[in-house]
Design a protein around this ligand. Structure first.
Ligand code: HEC
Length: 235
């Protein structure tokens, strides 16, 4: 009984609950060495907002990890607030939102002498700040995929079937056309997803699955799994 119960809980929730239970509030250092240098002086605007650049995705990847370790316990997993602290998805993706964001990031928030949020300036560098910012602003809005949910389930099921036929000996190259049409469709669906911040493009399970689908034999199962994780998180 206990085992099956645990299996039904997503891993991210288990890790999160564990960190929370231990009262671990020590800020965690981040490895930002894969990101371009942005200098010492604090910028006023997110330098990595443009989704057509290569650094965009890298910033999101680094930012997701930094967010989960330093911000999620108050601001919520996937930046969906549980009510303890403001929902950061609504912070507008422009210079107004950025200056407010950077202010809070650096000095935190104190009210009547009580620290409501610690400042991160001493622990995390500027690249960490903008990486987390890029992750936050690209979260899809709550209802972003409502119109496409059924289709995403169908694509996931077809990808699962393709992965199965490969494991039974089918040649991945015979499925290459299918892979590239699903890749295109997933990117299109992702492009329709709105962000609450008005950032130009959301980053989601759909875009992650599209990126994973490179036609290699293992990519069908990986893409199906990414969609499954995204679809169950959406419920
Ligand atoms: C200990 C809990 C806690 C942690 C950890 C925390 N925050 Fe906060 N944060 C808060 C609270 C509470 C507020 C609201 C403060 C207020 O009342 O002005 C806040 C406010 C903010 C705001 C302003 C939002 C708004 O709408 O006014 C931003 C931006 C922000 N936090 C970013 C972050 C980031 C980025 C991280 C991680 C690097 C982080 N916070 C970590 C508790 C936290």
């Amino acid at each position: 009984m206990k085992t099956s119960l645990l299996l039904s809980i997503p891993l991210s929730v288990l890790i999160f609950t564990n960190a929370f239970a231990h009262g671990d509030v020590t800020p965690q250092a981040m490895d930002t060495s894969s990101l371009p240098d942005v200098g010492e002086e604090w910028l006023e605007e997110n330098p990595w907002r443009d989704p057509s650049t290569e650094v965009w995705m890298q910033a999101i990847t680094v930012g997701a990890s930094g967010y989960n370790q330093n911000c999620a316990r108050c601001h919520g997993l996937e930046v969906v607030s549980g009510g303890i602290a403001p929902d950061l998805r609504y912070l507008s993706a422009d210079d107004d939102g950025d200056s407010w964001y950077i202010e809070r990031f650096r000095v935190g928030a104190t009210q009547n002498g009580i620290t409501k949020m610690p400042g991160f300036e001493q622990i995390l560098d500027q690249r960490a700040a903008w990486a987390i910012r890029t992750y936050i602003e690209t979260r899809p809005a709550d209802d972003a995929f409502d119109a496409h949910n059924e289709r995403l389930v169908a694509i996931r099921d077809e990808l699962t079937a393709m992965a199965l036929s490969i494991s039974e000996g089918a040649d991945a190259s015979s499925l290459v056309d299918g892979a590239s049409s699903f890749k295109a469709e997933l990117s299109e669906i992702n492009a329709t997803a709105k962000t609450a911040s008005n950032a130009p493009l959301a980053e989601s399970a759909a875009s992650r699955a599209a990126a994973a689908l490179d036609g290699s034999s293992s990519s069908f199962a990986s893409a199906a799994e990414l969609l499954t994780i995204g679809l169950s998180a959406a419920k």
